[in-house]
Design a protein around this ligand. Sequence first.
Ligand SMILES: [Zn+2]
Length: 439
Amino acid sequence: MAVPDIALSKRELIVNLSAIKTSVVALALAVTLSGCSVNPVTGEKQLSLIGESQELAMGAEQYVPTQQTQGGRFYVDPELTLYVSEVGQKMAEVSDRPDLPYEFVVLNSSVPNAWALPGGKIAINRGLLTELEDEAQLASVLGHEIVHAAARHSVQRMQQGMLISAGVAGLGFALSDNEWAGLIMGGAALGAQLALSQYSQGDELESDHYGILYMKEAGYDPQAAVELQELFLKLSEGRQSSFIDGLFATHPPSAKRVQENRELVKKVGAGGYRGEDVYKRKMAKLRSLQPAYDAHDKAMELASKGEMKAALDKVNEAIRLLPREAMFYALRGRIYQDQKEAEKAAADFEKAVELYPEMFKYRLYNGLNALRLNNLDKARENLTKANETVPTSIAFLRLGDVAVKQNNRNEAIAYYSKAAEAGGDVAEEAKRKLAALTQ
Ligand SMILES: [Zn+2]
């Protein structure tokens, strides 16, 4: 069976997740067994297999790749990321680990979610920002993530081999944020897994608890945290679908969380800064652009149902409303590709790369499509660039194909060997081609 360029099977995903588990175990074994240490937030004794330098390195190395597998930077409004960073740094300063190299970024995804990598590398999606009403609510989300990082929750779960997948949705026509999930290789796969895995109720309660204390300390009204939890619990009971794949999957809400947060706020005292006006002002641009993102999301939904004509109309509407959003051209390119209009697709992928050159998936689309048009140098350049940020088995496989066409046998063997390390159909195809070359 030929490997499709875009659609992935669930099997591939599972194979690759087990590869990640193996790498986590290998990582845990590779580090010195330093035994017990004291949790920097709670003061409790805990197992410490992964030292602080590894913790910091993991976050620093995987921050950009993980941003990219979760939608990429929301580059059309850099002011918004500046604002979120300011609020985040205010909370980080009063945390139990103020010296971590914290960073905050807004991601270009409609899925309401936020995540933290080890070492304080934090992200919030624009799809969650639009659900919030004021700065205190934003501070509560960021404070919660700060605790996950400061208390080393991900690191603890990695040590215990307990990274539980929160489920990766949308692998049909794969028009989702996680379409490449099963094909990502190496450390970038671990980063994506950390961003998408579920925290235990114990970790959630701990993050809420210290997050509320940090809010109080930073001068925010901690009641905002309770309000958000109440809202999330209500939404989760109504099972609003976009939330199920996002925040609720990774940070599951519960009545117990609401109850404990209420009691804690009663104890420390409600009241403090809300920042409703400033939040409204900082969010004005995103809110005004929302119709463009809604049109894009609708187009994605139509395309995943195979209604390509209607999808094309919708994505054209999005482009009319916001012509400098790379994501829209990438989607239109994929729709053209589906309709066998490779030349039109090429123009759109080129535009997406021009608008956001660092983004691996726009490079990947551009490279795969160039190969289809037999534009070998362009394919090679783009696939190589894609792999520099987020390595994927499909890019290695197709770089092997380019090398074969350009009569670079040794290079082809190297690329196919790399692709063969992954799982699923991509690896099978790579192994077949490798066997044919080395006969
Ligand atoms: Zn959480």
